[in-house]
Design a protein around this ligand. Structure first.
Ligand SMILES: [Fe+2]
Ligand SMILES: [Fe+2]
Length: 167
């Protein structure tokens, strides 16, 4: 299958942008009190991009995975549950930054990064295995996945909400 038709590639591209935004926030948080406004601004951009990413996965990507591969329903449900945990962690980091508790913000941010990197790897592994299954599968499965991918590429989420660093 061409690379640009891969489910895994679409999600992984967004993950790499998010990784860069996490690094930017961590650098600003670690830079100390004089960088606190920059840290809050970088964190606000990251949080918004993550909300869009979670929403896109929950509304578009994982319903498509569930339609193509009902056997992956449990794995998808666990991934979506994890998003709510990340939303709660983001709210806590926001509170730490808003009240200038820098050490606490750094500790919470490092914990979130560690969990989020594992989450990204789990998602990319799941989608890569689906890509391989489609590539090896029946022509019926391939044509239904092509229809779902065409729906992705036309979606307003892809056009409007792909996270971009350094806005
Ligand atoms: Fe996710
Ligand atoms: Fe993701």
């Amino acid at each position: 299958m061409p690379q640009d038709e891969s489910f895994e590639r679409r999600v992984a591209e967004q993950h790499r942008l998010l990784d860069g935004m996490f690094a930017e926030v961590l650098e600003a948080v670690c830079a100390g009190a004089e960088a606190s406004a920059r840290a809050r601004a970088a964190f606000a951009r990251l949080r918004e991009a993550l909300e869009v990413h979670f929403d896109q996965e929950e509304r578009l990507h994982y319903p498509a995975v569930g339609a193509l591969s009902p056997g992956r329903a449990d794995a998808v449900a666990a991934i979506v549950r994890a998003h709510d945990g990340f939303r709660a962690q983001l709210a806590e980091i926001h509170a730490s930054l808003a009240s200038a508790r820098r050490d606490e913000a750094e500790r919470r941010l490092r914990a979130l990064i560690e969990e989020f990197v594992a989450h990204e790897a789990a998602e990319e592994g799941l989608l890569a295995s689906l890509d391989r299954e489609i590539a090896a599968g029946s022509s019926a499965a391939r044509s239904s996945s092509a229809r779902l991918r065409a729906r992705f590429s036309r979606s307003r989420y892809d056009r409007r909400h792909t996270p971009s660093p350094g806005r």
